[in-house]
Design a protein around this ligand. Structure first.
Ligand code: PSV
Ligand code: MN
Length: 424
């Protein structure tokens, strides 16, 4: 479904007076609001192709209707999100869930909607129909050389799909590990995995990156072969300059200090980027910022600080992506909420008085340092984010627009109510 830009303009006109009042109020409080708006306007978060349908658990899946039936319809959905919030200008494909049939046509469609193709993701955590060997006991770590080769070949194949699409990175997430003590020789598993990654790395084009995603548990519950940022960093360091550690917010043990991990990975220039989501217990894949918004802000604080120190461009030098599952909400509304939460955390981080924070830290003034962060977090920056979006041609209130125009009903009319999008 293509949105009529005039409709957004009309909607914004109706809400302009209220928006301007809030925006002018906060502008008075903030020194360089224009500088912040510029950065917000440039910032984009990729939408994963597998998050546009309703998610589920092993207990069930309850479709909401109007789900995309093809890659083309998924791109349409991301185009819709991007038209509304102007910060979702990329799509990340999971292979083989979303293999394009016609690259030229898909690229053209994406271009028309202002979208680019973000990192491509390989999948050796499921067996596909007609696959020769099973990944039941792992892929790159497997004791069987033929199975390792199958997984390597698949990853190289994914790179080839990505090259056709104009992607610049491969994300490797391995479900490899073990469920019981004694099942696996840890060192052999590491070594096999490293050797496999080395072969895949050798197939990367010169301007590509490899993102190595770690996860503490699930589907393996005793050990994971890329179980934490230390292990991922070991692989990345051994592989070379094009390999980086990818942080998925849901992949840590409870209460991990993710902001510290981010800070140190940036210091080592080894941070790939993010899979954003939120969780209360584990890899819950909930809406970004819905459970721990303060943690998200603290992560962005480190991101802005570390990227500025490295001279990195916030918008383009790291991979920003959502990785969530929408079990009870309309996936498009949920994604709009997630992107909004990211933009708010980013805006907050841009607002921090870093000189004052450094002074407080250097003088061991714990209270002052804490106050700087907390006062910033408690500043209402919603109208600043809305203003950046308005200036980009998006809706002041994307969810408001989506609901007022009954867009889900339109999608159901076009696509029906019983289709199931590919993904988990
Ligand atoms: C695994 O839990 C993960 O975070 C990886 O990024 C996968 O590619 C994705 O989820 C699959 O939904
Ligand atoms: Mn992930």
């Amino acid at each position: 479904m293509k949105l009529d830009k005039n409709k957004i303009e009309q909607y914004n006109q109706q809400h302009l007076a209220q928006h301007s009042r809030k925006f002018e109020y906060i502008t008075g409080e903030i020194p360089d609001v224009e500088g912040i708006i510029k950065k917000l306007m440039a910032f984009n978060v990729a939408i994963p192709s597998w998050a546009l349908g309703t998610g589920g658990t092993r207990f069930g899946r309850f479709s909401g209707g109007g789900e995309p039936r093809s890659l083309e319809e998924k791109i349409e959905d991301v185009g819709l999100l991007h038209a509304l919030n102007t910060s979702s200008g990329a799509i990340s494909l999971h292979i083989p869930w979303d293999i394009p049939k016609d690259y030229t046509a898909i690229k053209q469609q994406a271009k028309e909607q202002g979208l680019r193709f973000d990192a491509v993701n390989s999948n050796t955590f499921q067996d596909q129909p007609n696959q020769k060997f099973t990944y039941k006991f792992g892929s790159l770590q497997n004791v069987d050389k033929q199975i390792r080769k199958q997984a390597i070949d698949h990853n190289i194949d994914v790179i080839k799909h990505g090259i056709q699409l104009g992607s610049k990175a491969l994300t490797v997430w391995l479900s490899d590990g073990s469920c019981f003590p004694g099942q696996l020789n840890f060192r052999k598993a590491f070594q096999h995995t490293l050797e496999g990654l080395q072969e895949i790395y050798a197939a990367l084009p010169t301007d590509w990156k490899m993102f190595i995603e770690y996860k503490a548990f699930e589907p393996n519950f005793y050990s994971m072969t890329v179980g934490d940022w230390g292990q991922s960093l070991m692989y990345a360091n051994k592989l070379g300059d094009k390999a980086y550690t990818l942080v998925d917010l849901g992949h840590h043990l409870p209460n991990a200090n993710i902001e510290q991990i981010v800070s140190l990975l940036l210091m080592e220039k080894k941070l790939a980027g993010f899979h954003f989501n939120d969780s209360k217990y584990g890899d819950d894949d909930l809406t970004v910022g819905s459970i721990k918004p303060y943690q998200l802000f603290l992560i962005f604080n480190e991101l802005v600080d570390g990227m500025d120190l490295n001279g990195q461009d916030h918008a383009n030098d790291l991979g920003w992506m959502i990785d969530a599952s929408h079990n009870v909400k309309d996936p498009l509304e949920d994604l709009l909420q997630s992107v909004e939460a990211i933009m708010l955390a980013y805006a907050h981080a841009l607002l921090i008085d870093r000189k004052e924070l450094a002074i407080a830290q250097e003088s061991n003034d714990v209270v002052a340092a804490q106050e700087i962060l907390q006062n910033t977090f408690r500043t209402d920056v919603r109208s600043i984010v809305a203003e950046a979006r308005r200036r980009n041609g998006g809706a002041i209130d994307p969810i408001g627009f989506y609901r007022e125009n009954n867009l889900r009903n339109e999608l159901i009319k076009q696509r029906g109510s019983n289709n199931i999008a590919t993904g988990l």
